[in-house]
Design a protein around this ligand. Structure first.
Ligand code: FES
Length: 102
């Protein structure tokens, strides 16, 4: 059964950056946008597995550091004309604390 787990304080995630959480199914990148929205994606680009946590966040997308694909933080899909999708996870922020559903 999935459950919410407190993982990091919001202020510990740099704006337009991310923190990586180790999970049983692989690393999960927690992203923070310029408007303090938080998203969680499997830390693997759908192209060739690049580390999305090291990419650049803009709007609600992250640009993969390897070949510049743009991946949606909302649903993990690659922006056209590229195709693919990485897994995304539910996150929420309560009282400055980020919770992840795994
Ligand atoms: S691995 Fe991400 S764009 Fe190629």
């Amino acid at each position: 059964m999935s459950e919410w787990k407190a993982i990091v304080a919001l202020e510990e995630i740099p704006q337009l950056g991310s923190r990586v959480v180790r999970a049983g199914s692989g690393d999960i990148a927690i992203f923070r946008t310029s408007s303090d929205k938080v998203f969680a994606l499997h830390d693997q680009c759908p192209h060739k597995g690049g580390p999305l946590s090291q990419g650049i966040v803009h709007g609600e997308k992250v640009t993969c550091p390897l070949h510049n694909w743009n991946i949606s933080l909302v649903d993990g899909t690659a922006a056209a004309p590229d195709e693919g999708q990485t897994a995304c996870f539910e996150v929420k922020v309560e009282n400055g604390q980020v919770f992840l559903k795994t």
